[in-house]
Write a protein that binds this ligand. Structure first.
Ligand code: NAD
Length: 337
């Protein structure tokens, strides 16, 4: 393809194993002839006063301009006087929902077969409003903020996602029997949106019951939508159902249709630089980015090659019980394309 046919996308390789697994994505994308040109940005080594964070203004501008990006794990630098990297990204790019599909990988045995669900987490408010204070000594307060605006926005996205991906049902997860006002408003907004999508079934499940159902029989669920804290917990539980954080992709959806895909795991300092990391989570996140760009053929082809490689079992990284290096596993995926 000539340069004019290439789609620009931002790439944050990130820290630790980030550059190694980002290299894997670049190789697989080259082999699959994906028409994407990466704009690479690293986390800076000093605070950029324009962002109040180690993330540079230029890197955020790059995501805003391109509308799509892929993010490796970032180790939040210690010390005072700066905003956390993930918080900066979330606030500056208005990343309001986090989408995490979890499905059983054929050939990789866990306690469960046939898991196939998607969690959609509200990402901007709820218990993460950052409003905590001491009332008097020995008594502290944390404000859980739920707004109609943010609840409608994430509910809209959940139903839109369900429809676009041929899913049957959306379950709103809540504790409105206790949190009457906050979770009550969240549910009210979900109900309003549900009425606009009669073809999608809608149900409401109380979080404690939901957790029990998930560990007893995760196949009961399809798309789950929920406020921030519940989403944080449930999405990791769901990743655990299918084999852990090394396998699960995610994508953050932001204002104006921005999509920033990211692996859910951290920078794995214990194995960084040793060619041992499993690139699957970042690769599958990159596939989510391709689907967001409606490059479905390329996305399917790459996803199938990853799943085939894992199912064959000949090349697997250490976290999946194999002995392959990141490079060998990546080459096997390219050969399976
Ligand atoms: P971690 O996810 O980095 O590591 C936990 C364990 O999982 C380690 O044993 C690691 O080797 C293993 N692991 C993780 N990803 C793997 C992969 N792709 N292949 C093989 N093994 C893998 O979690 P941690 O040790 O708690 O955090 C390390 C650093 O990462 C911290 O600085 C933390 O702030 C950062 N972090 C960043 C993000 C993010 O950017 N989204 C998320 C979580 C943690």
């Amino acid at each position: 393809a000539s340069r004019s046919h290439l789609i620009q996308a931002t790439l944050f390789p990130g820290d630790g194993i980030g550059p190694e697994i980002a290299e894997s994505v670049k190789q697989v994308f080259n082999a699959a002839e994906v028409p994407i040109e990466w704009e690479e940005h690293y986390v800076g080594d000093k605070v950029d006063p324009r962002t109040g964070s180690f993330l540079t203004w230029e890197s955020l501008e790059s995501v805003r301009r391109n509308g799509v990006g892929l993010k490796g794990p970032m180790a939040t630098p210690v010390g005072k006087g700066h905003r956390s990297l993930n918080l900066t990204l979330r606030k500056e790019l208005g990343l309001y929902s986090n989408v995490r599909p979890c499905y059983s990988l054929p050939g990789y045995k866990t306690r469960y077969d046939d898991v196939n669900l998607v969690t959609i987490r509200e990402n901007t408010e709820g218990e993460y409003s950052g409003l905590e204070h001491q009332v008097v000594r020995g008594v502290v307060e944390s404000l859980k903020v739920i707004t109609r605006h943010a609840s409608l926005r994430v509910a809209e996205y959940a139903f839109h996602y369900a429809k676009a991906h041929g899913r049957q049902r959306v379950s709103a997860i809540h504790k409105a029997n206790i949190m009457r006002k906050t979770d009550g408003l969240f549910l009210k907004c979900c109900r309003e949106v549900a009425e606009k999508y009669p073809e999608i079934q809608y149900e409401e499940v109380i979080i404690d019951n939901c957790m029990m159902m998930l560990v007893k029989n995760p196949t009961l669920f399809d798309v789950l939508v929920m406020p921030n804290l519940y989403g944080d917990i449930i999405s990791d539980l769901c990743a655990g159902l299918i084999g852990g954080l090394g396998l699960t992709p995610s994508c953050n959806i932001g204002e104006g249709g921005i999509a920033l895909a990211e692996a859910v795991h951290g920078s794995a300092p214990d194995i960084a630089g040793k060619n041992l990391a499993n690139p699957t989570a970042l690769l599958l996140s990159a596939v989510m980015m391709l689907r967001h760009l409606e490059l479905y053929d390329k996305g399917d082809r790459i996803q199938n090659a990853i799943l085939k490689t894992i199912a064959e079992g000949k090349y697997r990284t250490g976290d999946l019980g194999g002995t392959s290096t990141t490079t060998e596993f990546t080459k096997a995926i390219c050969d399976n394309l």
